[in-house]
Design a protein around this ligand. Structure first.
Ligand SMILES: Nc1ncnc2c1ncn2[C@@H]1O[C@H](COP(=O)(O)OP(=O)(O)OP(=O)(O)O)[C@@H](O)[C@H]1O
Length: 285
């Protein structure tokens, strides 16, 4: 198994976040408890991954204050945003964070620039921030359009820009790039890494894409049925290697039983004669 050796050292930037949050979940598999305790280093980009229904969105919503935990605490830079024991609760509108949902929920009657202006309102240097964000996320040309006249990828860039327009310290992203084609996704991953650093953020990103996680995240938390299964460095997707294998049998279903160097036997699709040596592309995990 290949593990990313080069660890990006988080700069001392975004806020330190510590939490232990629990919540009863009503899942398709019956009642479960979401129970996650973590601390994030300043400037860290943490990925949350795991199967559908694991509790990733619920955890993000609890950090944002959009879903009430049952118990536990959430401390951001020493300030309690939630504490069950002392009944503290910072309402979502007072939490300095940006949130990009799966369905990016833009204001349909406002242009791109107006969507950003609305979010930046009341900030010092709001106009300049909006201009910078339009530039950074390649939206300047689209600033006068309304969301309905934008592609999915463009809307996602606006959603990200809008989340940043209020100059948050904490950025919460729920699969922000999932609906995009690969080239757009890769360009936006780069932009995301850039805004994370430039805006001095601590970021939590839900993603199912190992390549995206390996590219962007300092650490990954794998959740399953509300529980943490693994916390650690992202595992880089293994690159395919070319090896020579020998055909041991041509099976009745047309597939080939092959022997690889080292003696491993695999079944593959292909056309070859018994005993023939052919090249195969394999991924070791
Ligand atoms: N407020 C809530 N109270 C109780 N159960 C909930 C609540 N919100 C969601 N659930 C249930 O908890 C489980 C986890 O949901 P959640 O949306 O957090 O999963 P997820 O890991 O984000 O999944 P996906 O990858 O499909 O988005 C689901 O079975 C859901 O029905």
């Amino acid at each position: 198994m290949l593990v990313f050796e080069e660890r990006r050292r988080p700069p001392v930037l975004g806020p330190v976040i510590e939490f232990h949050l629990t919540k009863a979940l009503h899942t398709a598999a019956g009642p479960r408890t979401l129970d996650v305790a973590l601390s994030l280093a300043p400037g860290e980009l943490l990925a949350l991954s795991g199967p559908s229904g694991a509790g990733k969105t619920t955890l993000l919503r609890m950090l944002a204050g959009l879903t009430r935990p049952d118990a536990g605490f959430l401390r951001v830079e020493g300030q309690l945003w939630y504490d069950h024991a002392s009944r503290q609760w910072l309402p979502p509108q007072r939490r300095p964070l940006g949130f990009v949902f799966q369905d990016y929920a833009l204001f349909p009657n406002m242009t791109v620039r107006e969507n950003l202006n609305f979010a930046a309102e009341g900030q010092s240097g709001a106009k300049q921030t909006v201009g910078e964000l339009l530039e950074l996320l390649e939206l300047t040309e689209l600033a006068a359009r309304r969301p309905a006249a934008l592609s999915g990828g463009q809307q996602q860039r606006v959603a990200l820009a809008r989340a940043l327009a209020c100059r948050p310290r904490l950025l919460l992203l729920d699969e922000p790039l999932s609906a995009l084609d690969l080239p757009t996704r890769q360009r936006l991953q780069q932009a995301l890494g850039e805004v994370h650093r430039q805006f001095k953020l601590t970021t939590v990103l839900i993603s199912h894409d190992p390549a995206e996680i390996a590219r962007l995240a300092d650490r990954v938390v794998e959740l399953d049925l509300g529980q943490v299964r693994r916390v650690g460095p992202p595992v880089a997707p293994a690159a395919p290697a070319t090896v020579r294998g020998r055909v041991l049998a041509v099976l009745p279903n047309g597939r080939l039983r092959m022997q690889l160097p080292g003696g491993t036997e695999v079944e593959v699709n292909g056309v070859a004669q018994l005993g023939e040596e052919i090249e195969l592309s394999v991924v070791y995990q």
